[in-house]
Each structure stands twice: as structure tokens, then as C-alpha cells.
Ligand binder design. Structure first.
Ligand code: PLP
Length: 488
């Protein structure tokens, strides 16, 4: 049976249920399977499978300690009715390119695909372990995870959810989506700082033994809804397998992913390990291009400025899931990862060895700036009639650079990660819509111009009442959690 260990060398052998409940390893490492599994069925025999059937085949090999009944219960509840369109994801495209639209869930970002199922995976795990304590989900968000996690966990029995977002790092629509969230167990705070401050704060709280003991005494355990949780990452593998099968090709393909925390592109890497034939994994960044530099030089360095861009969900300098990739490429050398992560924490950088650098050639990395994003949205809409949000535009722009450099015109999947309406201000300006004084008016204007349906969750958002109005210093996150849990 597959066991989970951490990227930093903790080899106790956790079951997937234990890994999902804990979220992050006690040593600060991320849970990884002790070997990347293979499917029980030939990929070619899955060509006519529905999304849910593929989900079952993929998840059962990673989550072996779930019974068939448990896993199907989770999958059916997550995917039966919450997504608009013919299936959970929709493929649209032109020429050799297919956009994998991952954003037809309740909060209009790709995070819904995983965060619709995580609450079921988690509560199923808790139940079968006989765990009576309450689970408090801690989430740092660059905008989209927060809302998708709130929506997924709202009023889920036995859970509380605390979301921390950077006050100046999310769009008006994202902020409003989070602050208007209903549900007795939902808690949201704006952090004075950027996403990395929020994420580092959350990771510190996980590593704080005395705090977790204190919570334990108060019948609370902590878990995570960020992509550091393996229960979030594995469901993301599914759509790459699904989309590859839809292409109905035997050739190797390219997969382009607009990248922040490296979760989505890592899921594509796992899909490749399951049999999806891949030529290049194309890692697209915005001006926060730490990954572009890393993929080129082998050095990960935080010695750089942080930019607020028009693709805010990718405004990240510390890409947590990269740690998982390097771990696999190092052939599971936990000591090596631990030392590198210590270097990163102490000196702000680390460099991988030549062997790993060589293996990183599977990836192509590049980036573009906010102006390029606007131009890309405009030109693709005007020449191809396809509307992209700002993050997807980063991906398309970087893909164009790749094609220019290589002439490679093979079949390519581009992860389309959010509805344009979520970033309606930037998208509207790209399409020449005049400046509006209220961010929400752009939604209406963009609809007038494109006739694309406004997602239900974004309709009338402006007139909803904000109920979560706390703004806190990053040092005060623990106090916010205590207050949310009603313990002193
Ligand atoms: C979260 C997010 C990303 C980045 O995904 P990672 O898994 O963090 O790399 C890209 N685009 C959108 C719209 C997102 O919400």
C-alpha cells in the first residue's frame, strides 16, 4: 500500500487519510507518496470514461486506504452537480491549442475542482479514524483559493475555516467574494502584507508545536486547504488525464500552466507519471518570475522585488509545491531537500545539483508583464474570438514565446484557470471598454460587449453585504484563530 512521507525526510509512513487530515508534515515538509503509483487500467481503455470515472481511477491509486464506496461518495458529491457545462471541465480552442477551462465551478476559478472534493475527502478521513476533534482549516490565499475553500467548507460539520488574504494583493471581486461568504464556521481576515507573508504565517503556525498542543487541548486540530495538502493536489491530476484522453492522440503533447504556488503544474507532472505523454511542461509566470529564473539557472533566489500584477493569483515568490518536484527529482532525498529549504529560509536562496538541473529540462519557463497580458487578451479575442482571463493570458503569451523560439506546433493543452469576469476590470480595459469607477460595473460592461454568460456567483455581488471585515497584522494570525474558535 502507498504510504506518505514528507519531502524533508520524515518517513513514518502515513496513510493518505492521515496525510489529508494533517495537511502539512510536522517537520514543515510536504506529504508525498513513497512511490508515484501507476494506474490499474490502461490509459487507452479510459477514452470513453466520464470525468467522474477518470477521477475514480486516478484517485484510487493515490488514496489506497479509501474504500471504493468512500471514494465514489466523495467524487459524486463533488462533481455531480456543482459544475456548469457538459462535464467538470470544458475544452475549447483553435489551431493546435486546446484551453482546458477549469473555472466552471461555484467560485469561477480552477481551485473549485479540488476544493469541491477536499471537504469530502477530509470528513471521510476523520470519520473513519474516529476523530472527534474539530478540524480548523487554515488557508493563505492570493485570492482564489480563499473563496473556493470557504465555499467548499461552509457549514461542513466538524470543521472551521480561517482564510487569510493580503489586503492589497487581491482584486475587488475576489475580496468581495470572500468577505460576503455565509456559513457559521467561516472566518476571513485581511493581512497587512503580501501573499508570501500570509503563506509563511500559516506555515509557521503549522510548525508551532506549543500552539498545536494548545489547540489539541481545546479539541481542535489544524489542517490546510492550500495545495500543500495532498488531498487538493491529487484531484487536480484528473483533469490532465481527462483532457489528454479527449485529444485522442498518441503523440506527446505540451501542457502550459500559469503558475504561482506550483500546484497545478505539479499535477500535470504527476499526470505524466501516470502515462500522459508529455513533450514539455511549460511554466508561465508573471513579473514575479522566480520560477523562470530557477528553471533556467538552477538557482532559486528570493533576492528580488515583489510585484503586484494584474494576475494576482500568481503574485508569489515562494512556490511551495516546487519542493515536491525537487524531492522526486532528487530520488526522494529528504535530507537534501531539508538542507535546501534551510538555505532558502536562512540565506534566501538555494541551488540544485547538476543532475536535477538536467532533469528540469522537461520544463520550459518564461514570463510576461501586465502590459503583455492586456495585449494578449486583446489580440486573441480579436483574432480568434476567444476570451481569456489575465492568468490564462500569461500562459498564452508564454506559449507564444515558446513557439517562436522552437517552432513546435504539436498539440498543446493550456490550463485556463479563471473566468474573465473574476478579473473583469483588467479584461475590460484590454477590450477597450471605457474606465468605470466601480470595479463591479466592469462585469456588466464585459457582458454587454462579449455576450458571455456571467457566472451565477458573480451576479449581484456588488450589492451583497460584507460580513468579514477584520484587517490584522501578520503577527496576529494566531489571535485571530483563537477568536474564531472561541477559545482564549
Ligand atoms: C491559483 C491560481 C493560479 C496558480 O496556480 P498554482 O497551483 O498556485 O500554481 C493561476 N491562476 C489562477 C486563476 C489561480 O487562481
Amino acid at each position: 500500500m502507498i504510504k506518505y512521507q514528507t519531502t524533508r525526510g520524515l518517513k513514518e509512513g502515513f496513510s493518505s487519510k492521515e496525510a489529508i487530515i494533517q495537511g502539512l508534515g510536522k517537520d514543515g515538509g510536504l506529504f508525498v507518496p513513497d512511490k508515484i503509483p501507476s494506474l490499474d487500467i490502461d490509459l487507452n481503455d479510459m477514452k470513453n470514461f466520464s470525468y467522474s470515472e477518470i477521477a475514480y481511477e486516478v484517485m484510487k491509486v493515490f488514496f489506497e486506504d479509501f474504500t471504493e464506496e468512500e471514494l465514489k461518495y466523495c467524487i459524486n458529491n463533488a462533481y455531480d452537480s456543482k459544475f456548469k457545462g457538459e462535464d467538470v471541465v470544458t475544452l475549447k480552442g483553435f489551431d493546435n491549442v486546446k484551453f482546458v477551462e477549469l473555472y466552471h465551478g461555484e467560485t469561477s476559478a480552477f481551485k473549485d475542482v479540488a476544493l469541491s472534493i477536499l471537504p469530502y475527502l477530509l470528513t471521510t478521513s476523520l470519520k473513519s479514524k474516529g476523530e472527534k476533534k474539530k478540524v480548523c482549516i487554515l488557508t493563505a490565499t492570493s485570492g482564489d483559493t480563499g473563496k473556493a475553500a470557504l465555499q467548499g467548507f461552509a457549514d461542513v460539520e466538524g470543521t472551521e475555516i480561517c482564510v487569510f488574504y493580503p489586503i492589497d494583493g487581491v482584486s475587488d471581486v475576489q475580496k468581495k467574494q470572500m468577505t460576503t461568504q455565509l456559513g457559521e464556521n467561516t472566518h476571513v481576515a485581511g493581512i497587512k502584507g503580501n501573499f508570501d507573508d500570509a503563506q509563511t504565517g500559516v506555515k509557521k503556525i503549522f510548525a508551532d508545536k506549543s500552539f498545536s498542543e494548545y489547540l489539541f487541548e481545546n479539541d481542535v486540530i489544524l489542517s490546510s486547504a492550500n495545495s500543500i495538502n495532498i488531498g487538493r493536489l491529487v484531484p487536480q491530476i484528473v483533469y490532465y488525464v481527462y483532457s489528454y484522453l479527449k485529444l485522442n492522440t498518441d503523440e506527446a503533447i505540451n501542457i502550459v500552466v500559469p503558475t504561482g504556488n506550483f500546484g497545478n503544474i505539479l499535477a500535470a507532472y504527476y499526470a505524466m507519471k501516470l502515462g500522459v505523454k508529455v513533450n514539455k511542461l511549460i511554466c508561465a509566470s508573471n513579473e514575479n518570475n522566480v520560477l523562470t529564473d530557477f528553471l533556467r539557472s538552477g538557482e532559486y533566489s528570493l533576492d528580488r522585488d515583489f510585484f503586484v500584477t494584474n494576475s494576482p493569483s500568481m503574485d508569489i515568490l515562494i512556490s511551495s509545491n516546487l519542493e515536491r518536484l525537487i524531492y522526486h527529482l532528487s530520488l526522494d532525498d529528504g535530507e537534501y531537500i531539508k538542507n535546501n529549504m534551510k538555505e532558502l529560509a536562512d540565506n534566501g536562496k538555494y541551488t540544485v545539483n547538476d543532475d536535477i538541473k538536467k532533469k528540469l529540462e522537461l520544463f520550459y519557463g518564461n514570463f510576461c508583464n501586465s502590459k503583455d497580458v492586456v495585449n494578449t487578451i486583446e489580440s486573441v479575442y480579436n483574432t480568434k474570438g476567444y476570451l481569456m482571463d489575465t492568468h490564462t493570458a500569461v500562459a498564452y503569451n508564454v506559449y507564444s514565446k515558446y513557439v517562436e523560439e522552437t517552432g513546435d506546433d504539436r498539440s498543446t493543452l493550456i490550463a485556463s484557470t479563471a473566468s474573465s469576469y473574476k478579473f473583469a476590470d483588467s479584461v475590460s480595459l484590454a477590450l477597450g471598454i471605457e474606465k468605470q469607477y466601480n470595479a463591479f460595473d466592469y462585469i456588466v460592461k464585459l457582458n454587454d460587449k462579449t455576450n458571455i454568460d456571467i457566472p451565477e456567483g458573480l451576479k449581484g455581488l456588488d450589492s451583497k453585504k460584507s460580513i468579514h471585515n477584520d484587517i490584522i497584522d501578520k503577527e496576529d494570525m494566531k489571535d485571530f484563530i483563537k477568536k474564531s474558535l472561541n477559545i482564549s
